[in-house]
Design a protein around this ligand. Structure first.
Ligand code: ZN
Length: 154
């Protein structure tokens, strides 16, 4: 593995990639959406239990993908729990800027801890193809909470 790639695949990412957190459909999940990144072959489904006041009570995912996409979705599903849709929008905005190498110097204090955790993904800015991997789960999360309700066939 090349040195710069080794740097990208930091230990935290490898850990989340190999042992993804929340890698299941939570009980009572009421929203879901699929994310597809054909460039890399990442296919994820994000599940959300959205409660009163648009608070994300639980989140999970399954699917297949590269270590970056799996690790990012794993970290995201941890971070969004207890957050509102509006807060997730803000977090994703900052995370997206981080992944594309834009300025993130003005992080609201309520998100500083989350952004610190997500900082391990910031190496993708050197790999434009990988930005889609890192943001796939977040895009699907946004689609899910925007009302892509599960069409039950039962
Ligand atoms: Zn990928």
């Amino acid at each position: 593995m090349e040195d710069d790639l080794r740097e990208l695949y930091q230990e935290v990412i490898l850990d989340h990639g190999k042992n993804p957190r929340n890698f299941a459909r939570p009980q009572n999940a009421n929203y879901e959406a699929n994310g597809n990144n054909p460039l890399c072959g990442d296919k994820l489904t994000i599940f959300v239990k959205l409660g009163a006041d648009n608070i994300i009570e639980d989140a999970g995912f399954d699917g297949r993908g590269c270590a970056i996409s799996i690790a990012s979705a794993s970290m995201m599903t941890d971070i969004v729990k207890g957050r509102s849709i509006e807060q997730v929008d803000i977090l994703f905005g900052i995370f997206h800027r981080m992944c594309t190498g834009e300025d993130i110097s003005e992080v609201p204090s309520e998100f500083e801890d989350d952004i610190d955790k997500l900082m391990v993904m910031s190496g993708v800015k050197q790999f434009p193809m990988r930005v889609k991997c890192a943001t796939l789960g977040w895009h699907a999360m946004q689609a899910a909470v925007r009302g892509d309700e599960i069409a039950s066939s039962e």
